[in-house]
Design a protein around this ligand. Structure first.
Ligand SMILES: [Zn+2]
Length: 115
């Protein structure tokens, strides 16, 4: 049973790594300019395993426009020492200042996030 879980985890990581390798680097898509002229230049991505900063060349994903002053940032960072992927999802809102909220698409129903 434990071995099965281990294999499942390995499969999950390799699937994420394939997805990661097929994405564009985030830095290539930045800065993102909102319609009010504010710009998003990126963020400090930390590995969930070792808490070290993930190099920008290992940070990949996309920035998608939601509406005038909001966009959805989805990124995955690859940490070489951990051989692991950390996912980041933020909704960025450009009002008087730039605001980032964690967007958790994997939230299970019952956590109170869905209405
Ligand atoms: Zn790490």
């Amino acid at each position: 049973m434990l071995k099965d879980n281990l294999i499942n985890n390995m499969l999950k990581i390799s699937h994420q790594q394939i997805e990661w390798s097929q994405s564009d680097t985030l830095i290539k898509q930045l800065p993102y300019t909102f319609e009010n002229g504010m710009q998003f230049h990126g963020f400090t991505a930390k590995c969930s395993g070792c808490l070290n900063k993930i190099e920008s060349k290992n940070l990949r994903g996309s920035v998608a426009r939601l509406d005038t002053n909001r966009c959805l940032l989805n990124a995955k960072g690859y940490c070489q020492p951990c051989n692991g992927i950390t996912s980041y999802s933020y909704i960025l809102t450009a009002a008087e200042e730039l605001r980032a909220e964690v967007f958790d698409a994997d939230n299970t129903p019952g956590d109170g996030a869905m209405n």
